[in-house]
Design a binder for this molecule. Structure first.
Ligand SMILES: [Fe+2]
Length: 278
């Protein structure tokens, strides 16, 4: 994807208060990458290398990857891991899979094995404690995979322990209100790609417009065939920080770009500092 269509890479920095975070973890730094869609079309090697350099420059305690590493065929993962093996974080690198990472039946195994071989741990309804027992990292199966069953995994975390939840699709935040989620990190939306400043995602208006056109007619018109309503229900969570009840959500705009490109919605590396909130 040419940079004119993707826009320049942006670094978003935020500080998030985490209840019960022990003083020893005050100031812990997480770096998030999402939605690389590394398939030869949607992410250039130049931008990928730049993003990796930013991640390493942030001197992260943890690097988290929130899904969609490929688009359909999983084989580009073998080239992608040649780049991602250069990522460095003192506490390690943790990943969840997105809907595109389970596109074919064999995709999940191919991607999980490729990541495991370079030391990236894939969490599929699993919990890790890379910074000690006082902070849990929960990685959930993709929302659409048929294996999104948070009840099984969330109940395994001590209620008194703060937890970061990695979940590709931000729509899961609605469902996850049943549990304590100190910070959910998601991607999937690409920030909606086209944003009208001061108004919001263009896709919301696109969906309203296309719904007025007969479906039989719509499928013959190029640009009106897509059903963007299916991508995500909560377009209001398409990017950035949100509070949902007592839970907190951050949605990364991703690195990869689908046609027709991005407008006022640059690809993103997120640097998150966690601070104690008593
Ligand atoms: Fe994606």
């Amino acid at each position: 994807m040419h940079w004119l269509l993707s826009g320049a890479l942006s670094v978003e920095k935020l500080t998030v208060k985490i209840p019960d975070l022990p003083p020893s973890l005050d100031g812990v730094r997480l770096v998030q990458l999402s939605d690389l869609h590394y398939d030869g079309l949607r992410l250039s090697n130049q931008m990928l290398e730049k993003a990796i350099a930013i991640c390493n420059g942030a001197e992260a305690d943890l690097i988290v990857l929130t899904g969609d590493y490929v688009t359909d065929d999983p084989s580009p993962i073998y080239q992608l891991v040649k780049h991602l093996k250069n990522l460095q974080a003192t506490g390690g690198i943790y990943a969840v899979l997105g809907n595109h990472d389970v596109y074919y039946q064999h995709s999940q195994t191919v991607i999980t094995d490729a990541f495991t071989n370079i030391g990236i741990q894939v969490l599929w309804n699993e919990i890790a404690y890379p910074l000690g027992q006082d902070l849990a990292i929960v990685g959930l199966a993709d929302y659409w995979s048929g294996e999104f069953k948070p009840a099984q995994v969330m109940q395994l975390v001590d209620e008194a322990i703060p937890r970061i939840v990695l979940s590709h699709n931000p729509d899961t935040a609605e469902f996850l209100q049943k549990w304590r989620v100190d910070l959910q990190l998601s991607g999937h939306t690409h920030g909606s790609q086209i944003v009208i400043p001061g108004v919001g995602p263009l896709v919301v208006y696109y969906n309203k417009f296309t719904r007025k056109i007969n479906r039989k007619v719509r499928k013959y018109i190029p640009f009106l065939r897509a059903n963007c309503g299916k991508v995500v229900r909560h377009w209001e969570w398409a990017q950035g920080f949100h509070t949902i009840g007592t839970n907190q959500l951050y949605v990364n705009r991703g690195l990869g770009t689908y046609p027709p490109g991005r407008l006022f919605c640059p690809p993103e590396v997120t640097i998150i500092t966690l601070v104690t909130s008593m």
